[in-house]
Design a protein. Structure first.
Lengths: 75, 315
């Protein structure tokens, strides 16, 4: 499973990235977590508000931060 | 109700005397902070619910290939309800221009969105009354529409960073939220925003209360009254570095107005605080060449100064 956190480096993006790490650890699944910071890659997903969460190439949500619990439910 | 409670706490429980500097300052502080926090909680929540229906992706579709003028007006209005944070300014800008939103229309959105924001409106409504809040919304929209039209007329597309035009933008689905998800989102949003701004509100109202209780009446009349022509541009200059602190700045300005600062100067100052921000300029430098960035700031600053002079002249 590949999980991407899209964001240009604002505080909210870091919060989401940390929440994803916690969620993956709690569930004990093998997942690649990548923080995507360059604009062209973010735009490729058509995302206009950051942070955004992408799982296996699909945009799950954008423009908000979710808690580790909420993310775990999505995995 | 709130006024009576504030009076009771100050003059009965704390034993302060009405009419004294300390009594007036403490009473003012208690009344204003409770009133503002109640307003903030309710309105931020309602606005957050409305915003879930206007994700930027949808706004982009509504504005794509719109004509100038109609597009500028629509963009300024959508700026009020579309959630926007300056850290998303770059993807938002690219998404807009790539999907065929005219440059001037994009700017109308970028100007109106931070300027006509709910926190500034609540603070204005709570402290200055609904008339001033409405005037602020109206003139804020006009500044956004007018500045966008000028930028559109100047044909400045070549001063957008070249890579922006070559960017491949994917098509994102608009994620639909159920009403329960909307309420959850709004609740979390309200909490996180309040957590961020409450110290500014308390400090701002505290300083305002101090000025209200201690500064002599009319002490600003000479410097910031209608007769001083430099007051408006100076207020705009001072407003630029105070970005994102509308919550803290408005209570101070309210107290300053009581001491003689003219209403046009007050409006211009507030608009400069919300609309012209250095961090946003730095972020926008990623997509705009220097000349367009300077034109953007220059036009908005001039428009705000005009608003200031206009209201100093007519009110």
């Amino acid at each position: 499973m590949k999980i991407e956190v899209l964001g240009t480096g604002c505080a909210k993006c870091k919060t989401l990235y940390e929440a994803v790490k916690t969620a993956v650890k709690e569930k004990g699944i093998a997942a690649d977590i990548v923080k995507v910071e360059d604009i062209p890659s973010i735009m490729k997903y058509g995302v206009m508000s950051t942070p955004a969460l992408v799982i296996d190439g699909k945009v799950i949500f954008s423009g908000k931060v979710a808690s580790a619990g909420e993310i775990a439910a999505l995995l | 109700m709130l006024k009576q409670t504030a009076d009771y706490i100050t003059f009965n429980l704390m034993g302060l005397t009405p009419g004294t500097h300390t009594g007036e300052a403490v009473n003012f502080f208690l009344y204003d902070t409770t009133k503002i926090f109640l307003l903030l909680m309710t309105i931020i929540y309602v606005v957050a619910i409305i915003r879930t229906s206007f994700p930027p992706e949808k706004t982009k579709r509504l504005l794509s290939h719109k004509r100038e003028y109609v597009g500028n007006i629509l963009a300024a209005l959508l700026g009020i309800v579309t959630p926007f944070c300056s850290c998303s300014a770059v993807p938002l800008f690219i998404g807009f221009v790539e999907s065929g939103v005219p440059l001037g229309v994009t700017f109308s959105f970028l100007i109106s969105s931070p300027m006509v924001n709910e926190v500034a409106l609540i603070m204005l409504w709570g402290l200055f009354g609904w008339k001033i809040a409405l005037i602020y919304i109206g003139t804020g929209l006009l500044v956004a529409i007018f500045s966008g039209i000028i930028i559109g007329t100047l044909k400045m597309e070549k001063y957008v960073q070249d890579y922006v035009w070559e960017m491949q933008v994917g098509k994102a689905d608009i994620v639909q939220m159920s009403f329960r998800e909307k309420r959850e989102y709004a609740g979390e949003y309200t909490l996180s925003l309040l957590k961020k701004i409450w110290p500014y509100v308390v400090i701002g109202v505290g300083l305002g209360a101090f000025i209200h209780g201690y500064a002599p009446q009319d002490f600003l009349l000479k410097y910031a009254g209608c007769d001083n022509l430099f007051a408006v541009p100076l207020a705009v200059l001072i407003g630029v570095p105070l970005y994102s602190n509308a919550a803290g700045v408005i209570p101070i300005v309210h107290a300053l107005m009581e001491k003689g600062m003219a209403i046009g100067t007050v409006l211009a100052f507030m608009m400069a605080v919300t609309a012209l921000s250095l961090p946003e300029a730095i972020i926008l430098k990623n997509v705009l060449k220097n000349r367009l960035l300077a034109v953007f700031f220059g036009i908005v600053a001039v428009a705000i100064v005009c608003v200031g002079y206009l209201f100093n002249a007519i009110l």
